[in-house]
Design a protein around this ligand. Sequence first.
Ligand SMILES: [Zn+2]
Length: 254
Amino acid sequence: MTEELFRHDATLTECPATVVAVGEQAVVLDRTVFYPLGGGQAGDTGWLRLADGTELAVADTRKETGEDGLPTGRISHLVAPDQREQLSKIKQGDAVTARIDAPRRQRLMRFHTASHLLCHIVGQPVNGCSITPDYARIDFHMTEPLDKAALTEQLARLVAAALPVTVGSVTEAELDANPQLVKSMSVQPPRGSGVVRTIRISGAGAGDALVDLQPCGGTHVASTAEIGPVVVTKIEKKSAHSRRVVLGWGDGAS
Ligand SMILES: [Zn+2]
């Protein structure tokens, strides 16, 4: 198992770790700050630094799967093809520092939280989602048209409200009793441990009203204010029952 430090603290950008396995193109560590592709969110990129100062570029991060195709619980740091020489220097038991491309991850977190706000605004089931550093697209299972300017304005209002975003959990039994919590038709929350991780966006002001609560394994900003300027760049009718909303960065976004 790889200890998944990003699950509890999405602000961590580096950690010391020990090499557990070295493959032809991948390195497995005992613990990591690298988020593996999942739940629509792209895998992290970054670097592994060896004790002698050698830096190995990580081009992507994936959950390792076994021969049966099931996840092994380990995380693979995929090394870029031009890193063979550096990869040959690394071996099992080595101490490394794992460091993500923090500005890139920050953009992924901001878009991921923005996509949850969009779930709240649109209020329809999600049947597909892809979050990248440059854009995010969310497919809603619906037939009604959506308005680009209206969505952008509602997003801006929720961003400006600086609503707190918190990690929590529900038991699988609670989830079974409240199936409406699952907004996604395409991604089911991982089960088996008895509890499912949730992301809650609380409302502003008295009563702390709920804006959005859903099972999610992704990384998020701590306040909607951190999202900054986002705009709906495109709305596409993917099929009779699907509307795709594409988010991009607005003017002045870093
Ligand atoms: Zn999510």
